[in-house]
Ligand binder design. Sequence first.
Ligand SMILES: Cc1cc2nc3c(=O)[nH]c(=O)nc-3n(C[C@H](O)[C@H](O)[C@H](O)COP(=O)(O)OP(=O)(O)OC[C@H]3O[C@@H](n4cnc5c(N)ncnc54)[C@H](O)[C@@H]3O)c2cc1C
Length: 322
Amino acid sequence: MAEVLVLAEHNGGEVKKVTLELLTLARQFGEPAAVWAGPGAADGQARLAEYGAGTVYVAGGSDFTDYVTAPEAELLAALVAGKSPAAVLLASTGQNKEVAGRLAVKTSSGLLTDAVGLAAGDGGKIVAEQSVFGGATIVHAAVTTGTPIITVRPNSVAAEPAPAAANLTNVELTVSAAAKGAKVTEKVVQERGERPELAEAAIVVSGGRGVGSAGGFEIIEKLADSLGAAVGASRAVTDAGWYPHKFQVGQTGMTVSPQLYMAIGISGAIQHRAGMQTSKTILAVNKDPEAPIFELADFGVVGDLFQVVPQLLENIQKRSGN
Ligand SMILES: Cc1cc2nc3c(=O)[nH]c(=O)nc-3n(C[C@H](O)[C@H](O)[C@H](O)COP(=O)(O)OP(=O)(O)OC[C@H]3O[C@@H](n4cnc5c(N)ncnc54)[C@H](O)[C@@H]3O)c2cc1C
């Protein structure tokens, strides 16, 4: 069976959850093999093995930390030429979409971005599901030329362990001068609290204008923390300065696709939906029974969030025994 290459997302030795999801998806279409660019492969090996990577192709040089995107595209292109994989899967990040675009040009292959699901189609083709036009349309598409290159959004599938060997295999690659056109001069690691990253979180609790003020947003944070969730916000909230812009979910903010999305005091405008409607389960709390968010919610509570959320918190605390 041909391999399916998965570009590993990692912080040095720590493998990001989305990589485990991509390995889980890759198993449907071939032998999952991870591609590790930069240092730390030995530290990430056990995790990749746990989630089914038979092989880990490693290019550990500093070129992958000193330069952005182009070296990764060259590495993947070399592996596509040498291994003829069934597909290449990457996490849908801004940087990876550039890697994928470069790779598509280098290998004369078709590219699909922002898939929210993959399935086997006619003739063994990989069919990607995409949510477009602000989520108003679902597209099913398959690559017809070259090696399918597909970027997949985090949380599109639940990661499932399937132990494999994860043999580390060094890839000899001399990164071209052309790929070193732009050098990284400084990296500033953003300070993060205890909460999971918004794009990767399995549960997201988002607050909207219904919270009433910056102070009112505290209840959203409390609920998120009780569930180990990330916090999101509508644009009304970020524009008002009640919460930082980087937490905005929607067309002009982040796209999230968690297992559970809680929309608290959010009306459900089309631009907000565009960033969250592929969530697996959606729960809405809104005092207006006609709020559009209820059209797509799996569970809805009509009521004042300042009465509903404290009750929710109380019950979560009871269940978790805290
Ligand atoms: C080009 C463009 C891009 C945009 N991009 C984005 C984007 O990326 N993300 C985004 O979110 N928006 C975006 N918007 C804005 C979007 O159109 C909406 O204005 C915004 O999403 C509304 O935010 P909201 O739901 O928090 O506020 P509102 O629409 O004001 O809704 C507040 C809701 O809270 C409810 N409520 C009030 N008090 C309570 C209470 N005590 N308890 C329970 N419920 C209560 C109300 O019934 C109401 O439904 C964009 C708009 C444009 C034009």
